[in-house]
Design a protein around this ligand. Structure first.
Ligand SMILES: C[S@@+](CC[C@H](N)C(=O)[O-])C[C@H]1O[C@@H](n2cnc3c(N)ncnc32)[C@H](O)[C@@H]1O
Length: 274
């Protein structure tokens, strides 16, 4: 257990807070167009009351605010430092349709039946108790309201070229490490069952790809920054050859014009029955 009841705490990031915020930024922006297309397809529309849980530094919040000018957006995160960053980002005169809430997704303190649409992006993979969080989101949704969880599943992480030696065994080690820490890097595959156990109906699931040839290589470099993985190597979770493979992949992404990468994100949607 820790204060966040999750595996994500930016103050403990191996690359430091500023670099981690940058990593989140490129990761958020590279998939946004496709994610927004899917959110609208799932039913998100302007004028709705929207809650974003685990908003972090607010990159998605900013996109929501800009894309849904008639909506009221509530952006919630447990981490005060990240909320400060999100508030700075959105501190524009026109951003009157956004409010920030410091609370845990497990216990938001928000009223019952309040929101039309809730978005949780890259949060559930970190949660020790995903069902508890989903039940809390269910409570604050209006009947007929929807939850969309955007997350990953490392079983279908994506691809990197030139190929990384021991790629699948390294990924398996990440999955095991995250599991040991209380999170789940294979959460994607279990989202339909999670939504069903929570009480949601009309469950849907979709996948989107982000490819460096189409969205640029920037967002992928930090995924392989050896600094992120050094502590795992030092603690013996990754072997020397695993770590060298990560270093090679990073170097390729930085310097080899033939290199490219692709990542897959999953979006699962459920409706609170009327
Ligand atoms: C990987 S970041 C994702 C941030 C943002 N959603 C994005 O897609 O860029 C995970 C976020 O979840 C937040 N978080 C972790 N545990 C939480 C909890 N128990 N309640 C609310 N937010 C939490 C973290 O503070 C962090 O902002």
């Amino acid at each position: 257990m820790n204060q966040f009841n999750s595996t994500y705490n930016i103050s403990r990031s191996n690359i430091g807070m500023e670099a981690e915020v940058e990593r989140l930024q490129v990761q958020a922006l590279m998939g946004w167009e496709k994610e927004f297309r899917h959110l609208k397809w799932f039913g998100l529309s302007d004028g709705m009351k929207v809650l974003e849980v685990g908003c972090g530094p607010g990159f998605i919040t900013e996109k929501l605010v800009d894309s849904l000018p008639k909506s009221k957006i509530s952006a919630l995160d447990i981490d005060e430092n990240l909320l400060v960053k999100a508030k700075q980002r959105l501190n524009k005169a026109s951003d009157t349709n956004v409010e920030f809430i410091q609370a845990s997704v497990y216990d938001t303190g928000l009223p019952d039946n309040e929101y039309d649409f809730v978005i949780a992006r890259l949060v559930f993979l970190h949660l020790y108790e995903p069902l508890k969080a989903a039940l809390e989101i269910f409570r604050v949704l209006k009947p007929g309201g929807k939850l969309v969880i955007i997350d990953l599943d490392d079983g279908i992480f994506g691809a990197v070229e030139p190929k990384i030696d021991h790629f699948h065994s390294i990924i398996d080690k990440f999955i095991a490490m995250q599991g040991k820490a209380g999170g789940n890097r294979e959460i994607g595959r279990s989202l339909p069952r999670l939504l069903e156990s929570t009480g949601f109906s009309n469950i849907e699931m979709d996948a989107i790809s982000v490819h460096s040839d189409l969205v640029g290589i920037e967002g992928f470099k930090e995924q392989f920054n050896p600094k992120r993985f050094e502590p795992f190597y030092k603690k013996g979770y990754l072997s020397k050859s695993d770590f060298q493979s990560i270093e090679k992949a990073f170097e390729n992404l930085l310097t080899n014009p033939d290199s490219y990468a692709m990542m897959i994100f999953l979006l699962a949607c459920g409706t609170k029955p009327v």
